[in-house]
Ligand binder design. Structure first.
Ligand SMILES: Cc1cc2nc3c(=O)[nH]c(=O)nc-3n(C[C@H](O)[C@H](O)[C@H](O)COP(=O)(O)OP(=O)(O)OC[C@H]3O[C@@H](n4cnc5c(N)ncnc54)[C@H](O)[C@@H]3O)c2cc1C
Length: 497
């Protein structure tokens, strides 16, 4: 926040009653020259990602007047289409959808968008030390690698986790059996205590969690992990580890025709001028009778506000009065993952002719997990990789040319094919560098967070309601969770308007 805008907000906080008295037209007339434009609406929504836009769409459909304030000059938040020529796109943020992710698929359909199968024909590659395996994911283990040194642990631990999340309270993980015990552990400490080959299994978990949540197994509360797995389902299908991990029958099964950001663009187009871009919200002040949402360009007077941004970014807004301690302490412990997506574009997806899916999983970096990110017709060929967690901390600050050379050399080495060294285009997107995300794909709970402060994730604070994928019961961290959270927040607000 600039010192000018902070002063403006604090002044607004002190004069909330005056601000709340402004009706739309009179407010415009009273506007100080050059000051923020006053707007009156039933509901202000902060953030035009999938969560905020879903909330706004639902509320508008229910007859409420809504204004959406978005910091970026685009909608879609953690989804972003990147043009690769010929009118085609490759996603630089969220892209996959899969079974039980019914809400995002329904929203896509409502705005006229379908899905197509992610490319998954042929063999995956797995490289770990001396092991260099090719395998098909049609076997019992699905996308998990059939490494003989890890096989027993992969089966044992994934089944153990699946059993632990049966009947898990997805909306209130802190009420789960043994919640305090599991929240005091990390995924790594639990695996070490339960695995046969603990070093081996933690080694292969690293690229998995680096891609999944942009963090290391030792960063993650084990209770949070259980909630994440339990959430990989819906009201009629219990979550499973396999559904989270797999491409076939899993969360990586399908993609959105036209790219995932198009969903948000279409929802925003229908909302029209009520979506305000380049409008970062600086402050939220509430009284008994209303709420004032302050940005540099507009000041919105509303009955309710839905804050649909990741918890760490919600913490960067100034609140008057201060938020309850539990909410603030929660956001101090719910940190963004560190994730970068690197994408190499080739004239064709030539690996398909070699009967390879394009997927690899490997220990070491820069890329831990890669996959075929080509458009539906396979041309051009796009190979995308995740650089997450520790690998992101190492490779993010390096000069782009050095990073690109390391990624392409790694592709060529793992696929044993020098054609990977010469892409026709290359781009990468480091979400930690994005002012209005500061990481991705999601925020993650450190040990102790959920049991101490979990209820504050969704509990409204007066007229403030919380949305965003992190607040979802099912598929938190995913686009589906974002949509679900927007639907939940809209229902909450509708019942109070
Ligand atoms: C690299 C990557 C890969 C991913 N892969 C997948 C995947 O394959 N499948 C999947 O389902 N999900 C994936 N995800 C996660 C998915 O993209 C997110 O869960 C989802 O998009 C989050 O939506 P949201 O609306 O909750 O939050 P966001 O998309 O973060 O939206 C929040 C919005 O609020 C805005 N904002 C922030 N602060 C302010 C402020 N002060 N004032 C106004 N506006 C503000 C932001 O600019 C943003 O537009 C991935 C994410 C990343 C980064």
């Amino acid at each position: 926040m600039t010192s000018t805008s902070r002063r403006a907000f604090l002044a607004g906080g002190a004069g909330v009653a005056a601000a709340l008295a402004l009706p739309t037209a009179a407010g415009a007339a009273d506007q100080e020259p050059g000051g923020p434009e006053p707007i009156t609406a039933d509901v202000a929504v902060v953030g035009a990602g999938l969560a905020g836009l879903t909330a706004a769409r639902r509320l508008a459909a229910a007859g409420a007047s809504v204004v959406v304030l978005e910091a970026r000059d685009r909608v879609g938040g953690r989804t972003l289409n990147h043009a690769i020529g010929g009118g085609k796109v490759a996603e630089a943020g969220g892209e996959f959808v899969g079974p039980t992710q019914n809400r995002i698929v329904a929203l896509a359909q409502e705005v006229g968008l379908g899905v197509f199968d992610a490319y998954d024909t042929g063999q995956n590659i797995y490289v770990n030390g001396l092991a260099h395996l090719k395998y098909s994911d049609t076997g019992l283990l699905g996308t998990a690698p059939p490494d003989p040194l890890l096989l027993l642990d992969i089966i044992k631990l994934s089944q153990q986790i699946d059993l632990m999340v049966r009947n898990f309270p997805v909306a209130t993980p802190w009420t789960a059996p043994n919640a305090a015990k599991y929240d005091a552990e990390t995924l790594e400490s639990w695996v070490r205590a339960n695995a046969i080959n603990d070093n081996g299994i933690v080694g292969i978990l690293r690229p998995f969690t680096e891609a999944l949540v942009g963090a290391e197994p030792g960063d993650l509360s084990f209770l949070h992990v259980l909630a994440y797995v339990a959430g990989a389902g819906d009201e009629t299908h219990p979550g499973t580890f396999e559904r989270l991990f797999n491409v076939r029958n899993g969360a990586q099964q399908s993609r959105i025709v036209g790219g995932s950001q198009l969903i948000s663009e279409r929802v925003a187009a229908a909302l029209g001028s009520s979506v305000r871009l380049s409008t970062p919200v600086r402050g939220i002040a509430q009284t008994d009778s209303g709420v004032t949402v302050t940005s540099d360009a507009v000041t919105v007077t509303a009955q309710r506000v839905v804050v649909a941004v990741p918890p760490p970014l919600a913490a960067r807004i100034d609140y008057a009065p201060l938020l309850p301690a539990a909410r603030d302490l929660l956001t101090q412990r719910f940190a963004m993952g560190a994730l970068m997506k690197v994408e190499a574009v080739y004239p064709t997806s030539f690996w398909r002719a070699e009967k390879l899916t394009g997927q690899f999983l490997t220990v070491g970096g820069p890329v831990g997990y890669a996959f075929d990110n080509s458009p539906p017709d396979g041309t051009p060929g796009v190979l995308a990789g995740f650089v997450g967690g520790t690998q992101n901390h190492i490779w993010g600050p390096k000069p782009p040319a050095e990073r690109r050379a390391a990624v392409l050399a790694q592709y060529a080495r793992l696929f044993r094919d020098d054609r990977f060294l010469s892409p026709s285009d290359y781009f990468d997107m480091d979400w930690t560098q994005e002012e209005w995300s500061r990481g991705g794909p999601t925020a993650i709970a450190a040990p102790g967070t959920l049991t101490s402060f979990g209820p504050a994730l969704t509990a409204p604070v007066g007229r403030i309601h919380w949305a965003g994928t992190e607040t979802s019961d099912y598929w938190q961290g995913y686009m589906d969770g974002a949509v679900r959270s927007g639907e939940r927040a809209a229902a909450e607000v509708s019942s109070l308007l």
